[in-house]
Design a protein around this ligand. Sequence first.
Ligand code: MN3
Length: 202
Amino acid sequence: MAFELPNLPYSYTALADKGMCQETLELHHGKHHNTYVTTLNGFVEQDSSLQGKSLEELVKLAYGRDDLQKVFNNAGQHWNHILFWENLSPSGGGIPGKLEAKINEDLGSVDQFKEQFKAAAVGQFGSGWAWLVLAGDGKLKVTNSPNAVNPLATGEGTVLLGLDVWEHSYYLDFRNRRPDYVNNFLDNLANYEYAEEKLNKA
Ligand code: MN3
């Protein structure tokens, strides 16, 4: 069963007045994410040891394996982007009560969380991701990772929120101003309701 590009949970124009224009979403979802999916399917088709596995299984299997580096890159990016689309919302930016309490408890305050997340996202040299995870010790933690690497692969915890900091995610809207893109995500685009649902299920 081949992997498929999921539909966005909103239209290509839905985030335009929130700092992510139609062209960004069309290219990012319709071209970049789609290429990860079709490339991954090509690798799976050619290698019977990869067949019949879930996406999560492929991410964990291929991570750190020199012979499966390209498989990891595409599986990781497929997994990351499925999560990323769910992490954005036309009505984003508002942090629901239970998540806010958990942030205050583990990270000090919402402002401190945002500062940490911004530092992780801006400090990721080159392409990669910033994450809010529920770590194995039950505490929230902010991390980052290069390229396609994610906390599922590294075992750092359950992802509540992930932000794509590859240039293709922000260059049309913010040019080289990654800090502005990150601030806009945290204040206007982040789907914290989704993050709280994941916290509840974890
Ligand atoms: Mn991307």
